[in-house]
Design a binder for this molecule. Structure first.
Ligand code: GUN
Ligand code: ZN
Length: 439
C-alpha cells in the first residue's frame, strides 16, 4: 500500500445527516460550495468552508478539486464478485439464469488463481465506479472467499463478504454440505471477521439451495458469531417463491423460512424483497432487518417492481444494491437511475438528494457502518468519491441549463457512469486518479 499521508482537498462537498424528504429539505444535508477536507492517516480530521480552515492546516499539501463534487465513497449493499463473466447473459429469468449461466461460472472459483484474478478485477472495477464498500457474495469454495478478502485487504477497503452456503439443487461442483459449510465458514470468520476493515457475512445463498439442516447451520453460526452479518436472497421471483414454499411446507411465507432459523436481525441483508406480503414487511421491520433494493437486476431478470416507498412506510430499513451479475452495472449512479424508473412505475418520484443519501449514509446505516463510512464527518474514514458532472459531452451539454445542486445530482444519476468518477479515495489514498487532474 502507498503510505497514507496528510493533505487538504478542496472541492464542493456534500454530506448527509438524514434522509431528505424533498429537494427543499436543507436540514438533511450539508453542502459547501467552497469546501475543504483535511485527511490524516486515512481519516477525515476537518471539513468545512475553505475560508474557515484552521491555520494548523496551512502547510499541508493542497489537492485542488474545487470544480468537482466530493462525496463519501459509494456503498453497494448486494453484489456477487464471481459473476463478472455472467453480466449480460441473455433471455432468462431467475431460476433459468442461475442454472444456464451462473452456476457454471461459479464452479470455476474452486481454482484459487481464477479467484484471485477476478477478485482483483472486481475491486478495481468498484474503485473505477467510486464504490468503496460492498456486501459481497463469493462462491461455496473457501478459496474464493480467501482470495476476495486478500484483495480487499491489499487495497485497505472496507468490505463485507462471505462464503456461499448451498447444499442442494445445483451442480455438485458448487455444493457443500451442512458440516462443510459450518467448518469452512467458521475458519473464514476466525481468519477475516474484523480483520482491519473486513467483516464476515454468513451467506446461505437462498432457501432453495439450502436444506433445513444447512439453515440450522447458518443459525448456529449466527448464534456463535452474533456480530457477523447475514446475507441471502428473499422473494425475488414468483416461481422462486412457489418453489421455496414447496420445499418448506410448514413456513407461513418465504420470510418465515428465515425467521424459523432466527436469521432476521439488524445485521441481516435480504436481497430483492420484491413480492413481500404485509406480514413479511412487518417481520422485517420488527426485526430491524434490511431489504436491499436491486433495481438493475430486477429489471434485467424481469423479477418485478420493488415497493420502495411502501417498504419505507412500513418502517423497513432499505438499502441499494447493484446485484452484479444479474444487475448490469457496477455503477451506483446507474443503480439509482434504475431505482428512479422503478419508483416512477410505482407512482413515486424519488428526489435526487434522497437517492444520493441512499448511496452514501443510507447504505452505511443499512450496514451499521455509519460511524465509519458514508459521511464526511470528522473521525470518519476518508473514503471519498470525486465526481465530475461534465465528464461527457452529453453531461456537459445538459449541465449548461442546470441551476441547483439537486438538478446536478439528477444529471449525474441519469447520465453518469464510471466516466463521471474523477477520483476514488480509500482510507485517504487515491486508488483512482485522473490524469487530467494535477496536484
Ligand atoms: N438468488 C439466488 N442466487 C442468486 C443470484 O446469484 N443472483 C440473484 N439475482 N438471485 C439469486
Ligand atoms: Zn444476488
Amino acid at each position: 500500500m502507498p503510505a497514507s499521508h496528510s493533505f487538504v482537498l478542496t472541492g464542493r462537498l456534500l454530506t448527509f445527516f438524514e434522509r431528505p424528504q424533498s429537494v427543499e429539505d436543507h436540514e438533511a444535508y450539508a453542502f459547501w460550495q467552497d469546501g475543504a477536507i483535511a485527511v490524516q492517516d486515512g481519516k477525515i480530521v476537518w471539513r468545512g468552508d475553505v475560508g474557515d480552515l484552521p491555520g494548523s492546516f496551512a502547510n499541508w499539501r493542497r489537492v485542488d478539486r474545487s470544480k468537482h463534487l466530493v462525496l463519501p465513497g459509494f456503498i453497494d449493499a448486494h453484489t456477487h464478485y464471481p459473476q463478472m463473466e455472467v453480466i449480460g447473459s441473455y433471455g432468462a429469468q431467475l431460476m433459468e439464469w442461475l442454472e444456464t449461466y451462473t452456476f457454471e461460472q461459479e464452479a470455476r472459483f474452486s481454482n484459487i488463481d481464477h479467484s484471485r484474478e477476478i477478485s482483483s478485477k472486481f475491486l478495481d472495477e468498484l474503485i473505477a465506479h467510486g464504490v468503496t464498500t460492498a456486501a459481497v457474495y463469493t462462491t461455496s469454495h473457501p478459496a474464493s472467499t480467501d482470495a476476495f478478502f486478500d484483495a480487499a485487504e491489499t487495497r485497505n477497503m472496507c468490505m463485507i463478504a462471505g462464503k456461499v452456503m448451498m447444499d442442494r439443487n445445483a451442480p455438485e461442483t458448487i455444493l457443500d454440505t451442512p458440516q462443510r459449510a459450518y467448518d469452512e465458514s467458521k475458519t473464514l470468520i476466525r481468519r477475516w471477521h474484523k480483520c482491519g476493515r473486513l467483516q464476515y457475512a454468513i451467506t446461505p445463498r437462498f432457501a432453495i439451495t439450502s436444506t433445513p439442516d444447512q439453515m440450522a447451520v447458518a443459525q448456529s453460526l449466527l448464534q456463535e458469531h452474533p456480530d457477523c452479518f447475514v446475507q441471502t436472497h428473499l422473494s425475488e421471483n414468483v416461481f422462486e417463491i412457489d418453489e421455496t414454499l414447496r420445499l418448506f411446507p410448514k413456513a407461513r411465507d418465504y420470510t418465515d423460512v428465515y425467521e424459523q432459523f432466527d436469521l432476521l436481525g439488524s445485521k441481516s441483508l435480504f436481497g430483492h424483497c420484491v413480492h413481500l406480503s404485509l406480514r413479511e414487511r412487518s417481520a422485517l421491520a420488527d426485526s430491524s432487518s434490511v431489504a436491499v433494493f436491486c433495481p438493475s437486476s430486477n429489471l434485467f431478470l424481469g423479477s418485478g417492481l420493488f415497493d420502495y416507498r411502501g417498504l419505507l412506510d412500513a418502517k423497513v430499513r432499505v438499502a441499494y444494491g447493484s446485484d452484479v451479475g444479474a444487475g448490469t452495472s457496477y455503477s451506483m449512479l446507474a443503480t439509482a437511475a434504475d431505482a428512479y424508473k422503478i419508483c416512477q412505475l410505482n407512482n413515486f418520484s424519488c428526489n435526487p438528494l434522497e437517492s444520493f443519501y441512499g448511496l452514501t449514509l443510507g447504505n452505511a446505516r443499512a450496514l451499521s457502518l455509519e460511524s465509519e463510512i458514508g459521511t464526511l464527518e470528522i473521525g470518519s474514514d476518508a473514503d471519498l468519491t470525486v465526481l465530475d458532472s461534465r465528464a461527457t459531452n452529453a453531461m456537459a451539454t445538459r449541465m449548461r441549463s442546470i441551476e441547483s445542486l439537486s438538478e446536478e445530482l439528477f444529471v449525474l444519476q441519469t447520465l453518469g457512469d464510471d466516466r463521471a468518477i474523477a477520483e476514488t479515495y480509500v482510507a485517504g489514498v487515491a486508488l483512482k486518479s485522473s490524469p487530467d487532474l494535477s496536484d
